[in-house]
Design a protein. Structure first.
Length: 345
């Protein structure tokens, strides 16, 4: 089969389409013929040699895939049959013609949805759902500040906050991105490049601040985040785009608000167990529970006629042989929504 490949860490120019061995499904696994995958910042980091895949995972890029069932391993429960349209969150291997997936991590693709649209769902939407419900325990009426609001996770989070009857507030770096977040349902949006988002958030919330912050930025935002976080608020960190080294009295500020910091890294959770970094507690079959909850509570809202209707946002589509071009597009940070990779037949 063909797959995205690079021989040594470096820039996008190192990427190319290479013929590699087709995987075979193991016990309880399903072989999926991939029609589309999507690009994530983890792929860029892995290409640079900064984010290796979890132990035992494929070293092929791609954290999500949409396609059809092509084969079943021994021990499968009969939940899926050959030809079923499915999508999945993966620890790696999605940017290839075939990938194997534990049957409990597969989700059905809504009947009126294309593979391109479906490829934009697993990583962004499951991440946002996990952060809001499994980690943040979002409640009706709460205010949620979403950084990088026009990213894949950001656009999913806006819609999921609305679905939870809470209030989404976003930050973004351009007016175009702010307009896109407003269209997706953001109640307010602020340009972090030319205004102090913490002051604007406090103004919008009449001084009370936000109950939850979804933060993929990290160190450079810590003071502003705490400034606009409400008493007993939850600050959820799931990325460190600006680094992780904090200078200042973070803990005193945190204690003064009785606030809590939660961290999450979904990729490193294997199919048997996971560890919540903040609690150091193991949760068996975490990803299966997450996928099951998402399938039951959220997936029906992607179907035509659902109310409210959820929609994945595709920024652009690139063929697998132009994988380097897709990486360059994400590095320019201009995309609104997901960059999708179309896999050749």
């Amino acid at each position: 089969m063909f797959a995205a490949h690079f021989d040594c860490p470096g820039g996008p120019e190192n990427l190319y389409m290479k013929e590699v061995m087709k995987p075979s499904p193991g016990e309880g696994e399903v072989l999926v013929k991939v029609s589309a995958s999507a690009l994530n910042r983890a792929d860029l980091l892995q290409r640079r040699g900064m984010y290796p895949p979890p132990k035992g995972a494929s070293d092929i890029l791609g954290l999500e895939a949409a396609g059809s069932v092509a084969g079943l391993g021994h021990g499968c429960s009969g939940r899926w049959k050959v030809g079923d349209a499915v999508m999945a969150l993966l620890p790696g291997g999605g940017q290839a013609q075939f990938v194997t997936v534990p049957e409990g991590l597969l989700m059905p693709i809504p009947k009126d949805m294309t593979f391109i649209q479906a490829a934009a769902i697993p990583e962004a939407w499951l991440t946002a759902f996990q952060l809001l419900h499994f980690v943040g325990k979002v409640q009706e009426g709460e205010r949620v500040l979403i950084h990088a609001g026009a990213s894949g996770v950001g656009m999913a989070a806006i819609q999921l906050v609305r679905l939870a009857k809470a209030i989404p507030i976003v930050t973004a770096g351009t007016q175009e991105k702010l307009e896109a977040t407003a269209k997706a349902g953001a109640a307010a949006g602020f340009n972090y490049k030319n205004e102090d988002f913490s002051e604007k958030v406090l103004e919008f919330t009449q001084g009370s601040g936000v109950d939850i912050i979804l933060d993929c930025v990290g160190a450079s935002y810590w003071e502003k985040n705490l400034n606009c976080l409400s008493t007993d608020g939850r600050w959820i960190i799931y990325g460190l785009l600006s680094g992780g080294e904090v200078h200042g009295d973070l803990l005193a500020r945190l204690i003064s608000k009785r606030a809590s910091i939660h961290t999450s890294l979904l990729r490193s959770r294997d199919k048997e167990a996971s560890m919540e970094i903040t609690l150091q507690v193991f949760f068996p079959q975490y990803k299966e529970r997450l996928v099951r909850a998402f399938t039951e509570e959220v997936l029906p809202h992607f179907s035509e006629g659902a109310s409210p209707r959820l929609q994945p946002l595709v920024d652009s589509v690139h063929p697998l042989h132009a994988i380097a071009e897709a990486h360059r597009a994400m590095e320019e940070n201009k995309n609104i929504g997901k960059i999708v990779i179309e896999i050749p037949v």
